[in-house]
Write a protein that binds this ligand. Structure first.
Ligand SMILES: Nc1nc2c(ncn2[C@@H]2O[C@H](COP(=O)(O)OP(=O)(O)O)[C@@H](O)[C@H]2O)c(=O)[nH]1
Ligand SMILES: [Mg+2]
Length: 352
């Protein structure tokens, strides 16, 4: 096996190397963003941690933990951000026209839920849509298997909504769990945990890194859309990759993630292609393959309604955001966004 270079162990790959011009290779150094602050970045370089300042006109809200940037070390200045291989983002709470960047260049998202009442198909599908939209591989972790009489029942429920996604039932506190996740945490790999509060994300992060991460310092966001707490960090996993500590997400509004929804419901999309009418609404149309599958009991009607609900929500939020962006120059932008946000029903009001 060829030894991995120090830069590759940070997650650097050909897809970043190929973006560099000869001049850039000669003058600037790659750096990976570990923390995003209001006015500066903390990065990791081959020489260790450093602070980078941004050129005029660029805002740190355009950057995410995990981003690769080029830096001019003499001036501690970012020169440019490299194109990402993946990006986890969501519509900012309280400002439906803006995306909030969560993590960049993530290889695997560990979507975490528990083998108990936290398990919720609709919520998991929402997370899956975000993960797929970001171009990230999802792996589902079902924690608290040690306290559950029948974890396989939860694995079956998971297989029903994501047949091609790996799912593991585990005990987040068991040190042996780190070994089970090692496959996705090899040298240069970047992972993150996503899921509701209390499901064991911090416990898993600690089991994986051997650290005692004080994630309590990162406030779960609120509906007011403040984004002052953007200091998310990149932590080293012994023997391999990097963990991006993402903030809790109380609200998961989907907007402009049509491709992620399609990937999440790929089985239904495939089925729908065999409906007699291309514009079939899967209601009472003759020759509807979806209704036929429901009648044959090979498809749960609840999954159809969750797909339709999510797709509808995505379209209407995307349209609202587009309207706001179009109106922005003539109207108080902040007020316009707040008006729409106020009238949107909150997902966690509905689901939790
Ligand atoms: N028995 C057991 N407890 C767990 C497991 N995962 C998490 N916990 C407990 O659940 C609580 C919430 O875990 P935490 O990691 O803080 O959840 P987070 O909010 O997702 O970060 C803590 O008391 C953990 O000790 C597990 O797999 N088994
Ligand atoms: Mg936590």
């Amino acid at each position: 096996m060829t030894p991995i270079t120090p830069l590759a162990s940070l997650g650097w790959s050909d897809s970043f190397q190929s973006q560099l011009s000869d001049d850039e290779q000669a003058s600037f150094f790659p750096a990976r963003v570990t923390e995003v602050h209001r006015d500066r970045l903390t990065v990791l370089t081959l020489d260790g941690p450093a602070t980078l300042w941004l050129p005029g006109g660029m805002s740190t809200s355009e950057l995410a933990v995990g981003d690769w940037v080029l830096s001019d070390p003499a001036r501690s200045l970012l020169t440019r951000r490299l194109d990402r291989t993946s990006l986890l983002s969501r519509r900012a709470a309280g400002d439906v026209s803006r995306d909030q960047l969560i993590a960049a260049n993530v290889d695997t998202a560990f979507l975490t839920t528990s083998c108990n009442a936290d398990f919720n198909e609709a919520r998991l599908e929402r997370y899956l849509a975000l993960i797929h939209q970001g171009g990230i591989r999802p792996v589902v972790l079902l924690t608290k298997a040690d306290t559950c009489p029948d974890p396989s029942a939860f694995l079956s429920r998971m297989a029903a909504i994501a047949p091609n996604t790996t799912a593991l039932a585990l005990n987040a506190k068991d040190p042996a769990t780190a070994q089970r996740l090692a496959e996705w945490c090899g040298p240069g790999q970047t992972v993150c945990f996503l899921g509701s509060s209390g499901v064991g994300k911090s416990t898993l992060a600690n089991t994986l890194t051997g650290l005692k991460l004080d994630t309590g310092g990162i406030r779960e966001d609120d509906a007011k859309g403040r984004h002052t707490t953007t200091a998310r960090a990149l932590f080293e996993i012994p023997g391999g990759g990097w963990l991006i500590d993402t903030p809790g997400m109380r609200e998961l509004r989907l907007s402009d993630v049509a491709e992620g929804i399609e990937a999440t419901f790929a089985d239904l999309i495939t089925l729908a292609k065999t409906c007699r009418f291309t514009d079939c609404a899967h209601d009472h149309e003759p020759g509807c393959a979806i209704q036929a599958a429901i009648a044959a009991r090979t498809l749960d009607p609840a999954r159809l309604s969750r797909w339709q609900k999510l797709a509808h929500e995505d379209r209407s939020n995307a349209a609202a955001a587009a309207t706001l962006r179009a109106r922005a120059p003539t109207r108080s932008f902040g007020k316009a966004t707040r008006d729409v946000a106020k009238h949107k029903r909150r997902w966690d009001d509905l689901e939790e």
